[in-house]
Design a protein around this ligand. Structure first.
Ligand code: PBG
Length: 336
């Protein structure tokens, strides 16, 4: 009988594999997209000219002097990268981190150069003092105890943000984890006339071991103590809502979670609780792990890197800061 079904096969069995059979079906049901327009490319700017000093712990990245930015743009613009995040490494450091707000410092100079060469590129400037203080802490310290004076640091962060806005930064991104820093920066920007400069707040930032390679790159390892008295305990998640709510109340326009790969639950929590644009930072240690294993042949690098970024997007990030931006842009353009 032709209308008789074999009894050992389910009639209407749920078979999720049906939609995985071909590349076309898989692409059709894919829930999360990854596009080069969602990647933010970090740059480390040093003083001087002709400097392109490779960063050992972050293969593929180098400290660059401002004159090298033209070459960098020639690489990233054709790849479709639309945004960069700037960090500065001054040649001189002091107790207050005065280099941070020097209009002739590496970051303001880099902002002006990028805006001259590529006005449409989105330039985000990290606002912190750790690269500029001799002790490597993110704010003012009065002694070797490593205790950062929160309120004495706030006006300095405000000045720094104003210097970057004045140079033409599209967005300022405070990462010092001082209480009240978003409010302090907002009022400093407003008083200086930069009412339209948005603040991307590193709202939830763990005191993470995964920042290790960055501190080599930015020469910002604390000379004593650590950052656990101002950055969040990686064991905490609920505290995120307190941190983020405060930053939103203080005027944050965009939010960031950092690190990303070890804080996917935090990204999801912020995504669900706040409607703001959300950025996640795949930090230096996440990059270094993927790179090192790939270099040993232990991982398929393009697949592993893309999977890690898709996971961050799936957790709820709109944009991802990643040291893989250039490579992933290339891999995405050749992927099926
Ligand atoms: C500055 C800052 C750090 C990172 C971004 N901004 C270092 C830190 O907090 O110690 C780390 C980024 C990375 O690891 O890629 N406060």
């Amino acid at each position: 009988m032709t209308d008789q079904q074999p009894t050992d096969a389910p009639l209407h069995g749920l078979r999720p594999r049906r939609t995985r059979r071909t590349p076309a079906l898989r692409a059709f049901v894919r829930e999360t997209s990854l596009d080069v327009s969602q990647l933010i490319h970090p740059l480390f700017i040093v003083e001087g000219t002709g400097v392109k000093k490779p960063i050992e712990t972050m293969p593929g990245h180098a400290q660059l002097s401002v004159d090298q930015l033209e070459g960098e743009l020639r690489e990233i613009l054709p790849l479709g990268i639309r945004s960069v995040l700037l960090f500065g490494i001054p040649s001189r450091k002091d107790a207050a981190g005065a280099g941070a707000w020097d209009p002739q410092g590496p970051v303001p100079k880099a902002i002006r150069e990028l805006k001259r060469l590529a006005p449409g590129l989105l330039v985000i400037a990290d606002v912190c003092l750790c690269e500029y203080t001799a002790h490597g802490h993110c704010g003012i310290v009065h002694d070797q105890s490593g205790v950062v004076d929160n309120d004495a640091t706030l006006p300095l962060l405000g000045r720094t943000a104003v210097a970057y806005a004045a140079a033409g930064a599209d967005i300022v991104a405070p990462s010092a984890m001082m209480d009240g820093q978003v409010a302090a920066i907002r009022s400093a920007l407003d008083v200086a006339g930069f009412l339209d400069t948005p603040i991307l707040s590193y709202a939830a930032k763990h005191a993470s071991a995964f920042y290790g390679p960055f501190r080599g790159a930015a020469e910002s390892t604390p000379a004593f103590g650590d950052r656990r008295a101002y950055q969040m305990d990686p064991a905490n998640a609920r505290e995120t809502l307190v941190e983020v709510q405060l930053d939103v109340d203080e005027g944050a326009d965009l939010l960031m979670v950092k690190p990303a790969g070890s804080a996917l639950d935090i990204i999801r929590q912020v995504r669900d609780a706040f409607p703001h644009p959300l950025v996640a930072y795949q930090v230096s240690g996440e990059y270094a792990m993927l790179k090192a294993a790939s270099q040993r042949g232990w991982l398929d690098e393009p697949r592993a890197a893309i999977e890690s970024l898709v996971a961050i997007r799936r957790a709820g990030a709109d944009q991802v800061i990643t040291y893989y931006a250039k490579e992933v842009a290339r891999w995405l353009s050749t992927a099926e």
